[in-house]
Design a protein around this ligand. Sequence first.
Ligand code: HEC
Ligand code: HEC
Length: 242
Amino acid sequence: MNKQQRDGSSPRRWRASITAALVAMAGLFGTFGITGGASAADEEEAPDYVWNAMQGEKLIALRAKGDPVRGAITFEICQGCHRAHALGRPDGTYPRLAGQHDTVLIKQMTDVRAGRRRNDKMLPFVDRHVVGPQDIADIAAYLTKLPVPPTHGKGPGDRLDEAAAQYKQICQECHGARGEGDAAQFYPRVSGQHFRYMRRELIDIRDGARRNANPRMIKVVKGLSDADLEALADYMSRMPVD
Ligand code: HEC
Ligand code: HEC
């Protein structure tokens, strides 16, 4: 477990628990029943969002041994959008999934299922009636091993020097010098990814529309303009893929 995963906001939760206990006691003394108090307690104790908290089906999928052969078969339902070999579309509508870290794929899929990352188009294909945690592990095992050809969408190619310096300063620590990411930390690989998809994600993460984003990343992109984010996406789209 890394630092961010432990960074829960416990004082708020403590306050919520104390309030809930008081509400429950008031219910008990007032009506000789705890039903009213218990429902108030449920509301009070709704957990605060903790980035990448290790729980539920994400943990089950991460612990399961994925079978890439079964994953390839299950992935057929995804190909209409993510295309054959999971290469996505250069226009950025559908991201490339080939070569992405298995941990990242599992986190993103389970975040979509839990409503932590909104994706109305995809949800019917990944919801609980269609795939389970073992299928998710299988799909991730299949996708992570797929080759990453340099056929993805690139940006316009201006401002690359500026973006390279900025990337090194504020992004490289997590996404790596070659955009390789870090499987153990759940940091996505960004090399080989479509420019337009990355530009959209950067804007969504900065503006809070992608709600499952790493809080430290949100901090570093907060002050950047659309033009800065476009240049960064462009620079990353030109990283070597091998
Ligand atoms: C109807 C189209 C559609 C289908 C079918 C679909 N997806 Fe997606 N998927 C998307 C879109 C669009 C995004 C990008 C959302 C965004 O822009 O934030 C996405 C994003 C993802 C991501 C996140 C990628 C990243 O880099 O963070 C994963 C993982 C993923 N899809 C897996 C799957 C799997 C596995 C299936 C099949 C079980 C599937 N998708 C089926 C449309 C689809
Ligand atoms: C503290 C580590 C960290 C830093 C610093 C960071 N990122 Fe990220 N980044 C992440 C994580 C983790 C995700 C996946 C979102 C999530 O689930 O939290 C992500 C997602 C992304 C994505 C979307 C990838 C995808 O497949 O959907 C892009 C593009 C990106 N980051 C670019 C950048 C750029 C450019 C910078 C610097 C301005 C940066 N990041 C700084 C951790 C970081």
